[in-house]
Ligand binder design. Sequence first.
Ligand SMILES: O=C(O)CCC(=O)C(=O)O
Length: 251
Amino acid sequence: MGSSKYDEPLTEQEKVLFDLKGYLLFPAVLTEQEMAPIREQCESLRQDPEKLPASDRVLPGGAASALIDHPAAIRVLHQIIDEDTEKLRCENTFLAYRERGDSHKGWDPHAGGKSVNPNYSYQYHDGKIHAGMTRVVWELNGVEKDKGGTALIPGSHKSNYRKKLPLFDDRDSGVWESYECPPGSLLIFSEAVRHSSCPWEQDTPRMALFFCYNHINVRHHKPRVTDEMLAALTPERRRFFNEVYHPQFDR
Ligand SMILES: O=C(O)CCC(=O)C(=O)O
């Protein structure tokens, strides 16, 4: 493989900002050409999944599999979960497809605060971030400010008053932050940050793919991958779905 602009580790500014806020946004990472087959798959998943081959019916199979190890995301995961790719797991993927007025997914604040629970863990030790569950969100359509992108309480992954965070659950409490971004942008946030879905208030639907990564030794989600989906992946991508154990046992 040739060199890429994602070969460099996070800049000092990116690293400190992730630690400070618990999330980072990278605008316009994917090109229209890269997104076209993924958008097509998302439309089929929504309208007529049966027309897709079995391998593409379950995310992150099919065209979306190109995102499993996208270097722009892996660059961040190496910094915050583990520098070895073999110690990264992809434990869940879903499509957030939302249209204006959809009632099934609105304001729903959850998570946030310091936790001893290893799956939500966010720690800083000896000059290094050690994050657990991390969401990697690909916004395939543009997002306007405060019109339905994920909302987050920046810094809440370090809050000592975990159980009191709901005191701020009103969207207008003054502590929530969201973003605007062009199509193809990448949002990465620690699940330890209090966050929420928001009602979608744009004419173009929200089409966002949520990938959840964790350290290989921990799993939060119930696995939903299928044999057909795994068999169609390249070996490099399939390794993100290894069982939950230390890779030393493969040697
Ligand atoms: O739909 C969203 O914007 C947020 C999704 C969410 O709450 C989550 O990933 O835990």
